[in-house]
Design a protein around this ligand. Structure first.
Ligand SMILES: Cc1cc2nc3c(=O)[nH]c(=O)nc-3n(C[C@H](O)[C@H](O)[C@H](O)COP(=O)(O)OP(=O)(O)OC[C@H]3O[C@@H](n4cnc5c(N)ncnc54)[C@H](O)[C@@H]3O)c2cc1C
Length: 297
């Protein structure tokens, strides 16, 4: 169906979905089912994570290529520089380009398991900003970077970490995807700081739909994300009932996104955990804000 120009340009909200390469054949079935369902919604892009230390490099590439060439959707491949020198990163970039993948989320990555600190590989990169500069110099890939509304777990200073985010954008990033957060004030503070620093690239708010108490407690511990009282109460109350927990998580995300929308945030990146039903239920409740999405199938 033909759209009117006024319709196209009235869509000012954006939605993207993140997937991770599964370990099992059941997981493969689940991810491709979810991709098929979520593709029908017409999101802006899909992203595929890159396992710690490159542990899923082949699977990540396979899924990113399937998204690009079979599903024919816009894909962002996550890429870390753990354990790789510049030549190896260059080969990986060429491989992504060979598969038609036109965007990356450029990350430094976590220290390899067992290492307390990230050690820069010989002839490699110490920080994501260096990786962004390297990619920008040799390709026209779209580049996203990671932002941490509550600061990064390795950096005791949130302000210092924010300065490094600004460096990543100055190095050539086209946009920022945030770490998950459950308290909106951290994102609003980040937006104020970005305004003050004259950083104008899109900021994609990382939304994690809650469906499992143990998973949320593990993830918040790893990422350092705060658990507000309301969330803690819900996690305790519904821990033993999967349906009630999912309903609580859906309502929490709807409320969180509505508050972000009223504060002027328009771009949302969902950590799907390779699932689709809850994401659809969340967006269905918010459908008036996302007229571009097809939520009816
Ligand atoms: C949206 C998102 C997606 C992610 N996807 C993946 C994934 O697919 N695979 C994966 O393995 N990990 C992923 N991560 C996790 C990420 O790899 C880790 O958080 C990692 O520890 C930091 O990566 P970074 O790119 O943010 O690093 P950087 O921006 O380089 O920052 C790393 C640390 O160094 C500090 N720093 C930066 N520059 C300087 C400097 N010049 N001097 C001193 N200190 C500095 C920062 O404050 C921070 O503490 C993701 C994170 C997010 C938010």
């Amino acid at each position: 169906m033909q759209k009117k120009i006024s319709d196209i340009y009235s869509y000012n909200t954006h939605v993207s979905f993140e997937f991770f390469p599964p370990k099992t054949s059941h997981g493969i079935k689940q991810i491709y089912q979810s991709i098929a369902r979520l593709k029908n919604m017409n999101p802006d892009f899909f992203s595929v994570t890159y396992g710690a230390g490159g542990s899923t490099a082949d699977k990540s590439l396979e899924i990113a290529s399937a998204l690009t060439n079979l599903a024919q959707v816009t894909c962002v491949a996550h890429l870390t520089c753990v354990g790789m020198n510049r030549d190896q990163v260059d080969v990986l970039l060429q491989s992504l380009a060979y598969h038609g993948i036109a965007n990356v989320l450029a990350l430094r990555g976590d220290p390899p398991a067992g290492d307390a600190k990230f050690i820069k590989p010989e002839n490699g990169f110490a920080y994501a900003a260096e990786l962004v500069r390297f990619i920008r110099e040799r390709s026209d890939m779209g580049i996203l970077v990671a932002g941490y509304p509550e600061g990064h777990s390795e950096n005791p200073s949130r302000d210092e970490d924010f300065k490094h985010l600004v460096e990543k954008v100055a190095a050539g990033a086209d946009g920022i995807v945030t770490q998950l957060f459950f308290e909106n004030r951290f994102l609003f503070e980040m937006i104020e700081n970005l305004d003050r620093a004259n950083v104008n690239v899109p900021l994609l708010a990382g939304i994690f739909p809650i469906s499992n108490a143990k998973q949320i407690l593990r993830i918040t511990e790893l990422s350092g994300a705060s658990v507000p009282e309301k969330l803690r109460v819900g996690l305790n109350k519904y821990a033993e009932n999967a349906d009630d927990m999912e309903k609580f998580g859906t309502d929490y995300a709807v409320e969180q996104i509505e508050a972000l929308l009223s504060g002027g945030v328009n771009h949302f990146h969902f950590y799907t955990m390779n699932r689709h039903r809850q994401i659809r239920n969340i967006l269905l409740q918010l459908r008036s804000y996302f007229p571009q999405l097809n939520l009816w199938e």
